[in-house]
Design a protein around this ligand. Structure first.
Ligand code: SF4
Length: 351
């Protein structure tokens, strides 16, 4: 443990997670490094199976207990007292004090986290009593304030309702209230709005942004939707087949994506397609939305060399020789592709 006032909130270094299965060893997360600045949002973006959710579960030490896993690397977390702790090396009791208190998580489906047999007020109050030591009445009053904070109408009444009595959007707000109840310094949001319709999704994302502005918390935002990232992240790391293939400040990534996979993800966005059509004077032409061809390779039989090679429009023989390393692609940028000119080594904090 050490003290560092200027440290990133979370500094993940060379994180790898392997699952030992009957069919062989699966490398789900491979040598992943990224950081999250205090008060800022870093997005981990990728398709299903890219390793982004396993990354967050590894950081929280919440991988299924039955899984035979091997984890290596460091996850240096700086708490509100300014102490830097390696989450992967902490004893379990210390990690339990951090979970829900310093670091909170919200998931895509609130019903997996909310207990159906307790009222939402009781569930928030229980967390507050556990981590903040408040008595029952004070904890319930705090729970009501949290429901008001996430803009749930008639909070005093909703406090005594069960999760099944609330709409999907309302349940996600309760989930955020629960996560925010102990004023976390880091919120891990894993696909928090994927199950919601577009209007409610926008409201929830706006709510998260407001809470971040008011509390100064950092956010690790995990999503498959690059379109959402544009408005809600400061930094982005794109994952493919367990590795980070590109990382950059969000504006730079959208202005000039360097990796063919990122370029493909951006091309899939309807807004980006419309922009291209406008530029080409092709408005109104009937076109199919772009899609990246093929599928992610099986982790049990990865291709030799670059993992994206079977789907890449720019692939060449050299891509099949060895997995490309991350290359410096500009200030605070890195990309894992041989098309990026080789220059100085990549500083650890950007990739
Ligand atoms: Fe495509 Fe080759 Fe770059 Fe991989 S290394 S992304 S196959 S060009």
């Amino acid at each position: 443990m050490n003290s560092n006032a200027n440290a990133p909130r979370l500094d993940v270094r060379h994180l790898s997670t392997f699952f030992d299965t009957d069919e062989g060893l699966i490398r789900s997360v491979a040598d992943v490094s990224f950081s999250i600045r205090p008060g800022k949002t870093t997005a981990l973006v990728g398709e299903s199976g890219s390793g982004k959710s396993v990354t967050s579960l590894t950081l929280m030490r919440l991988l299924p207990r039955t899984a035979s896993t091997q984890v290596s690397g460091q996850a240096l977390f700086t708490n509100r007292a300014g102490e830097t702790l390696d989450l992967l090396a902490l004893p379990e009791p210390a990690m339990r004090r951090i979970r829900g208190n310093e670091i909170a998580m919200i998931f895509q489906e609130p019903m997996t986290s909310l207990n159906p047999v307790f009222t939402v007020g009781e569930q928030i109050a229980e967390s507050v009593r556990l981590h903040m030591g408040l008595d029952r009445a004070a904890a319930l009053a705090h729970a009501q304030r949290m429901l008001e904070l996430v803009e749930i109408p008639a909070a005093a009444q909703r406090l005594h309702e069960y999760p099944h009595q609330l709409s999907g959007g309302m349940r996600q707000r309760v989930m955020i209230a629960l996560a925010m109840a102990c004023n976390p310094t880091l919120l891990i949001a894993d696909e928090p709005t994927t199950a919601l319709d577009v209007t409610i999704q926008a409201q929830i994302l706006e709510l998260m942004r407001r809470l971040q502005h008011e509390t100064g918390m950092s956010i690790l935002f995990i999503t498959h939707n690059l379109g959402v990232v544009a408005h809600h992240a400061d930094d982005v790391a794109v994952m493919y087949a367990g590795r980070i293939v590109e990382s950059a400040p969000v504006k730079d990534l959208f202005a000039s994506p360097q990796h063919p996979y990122t370029q493909g993800l951006l091309a899939c966005l309807p807004a980006q397609q419309r922009k291209r059509e406008l530029a080409a004077g092709e408005v109104g032409a009937k076109r199919r939305l772009y899609a990246i061809r093929g599928q992610v390779s099986s982790p049990l039989a990865p291709p030799p060399g670059c993992a994206f090679e079977p789907r890449c429009d720019h692939a060449m023989a050299a891509c099949r020789v060895a997995m490309p390393g991350l290359r410096n692609a500009g200030p605070q940028r890195a990309a894992r592709c041989i098309l990026v000119p080789e220059s100085a080594a990549v500083p650890l904090e950007i990739a």
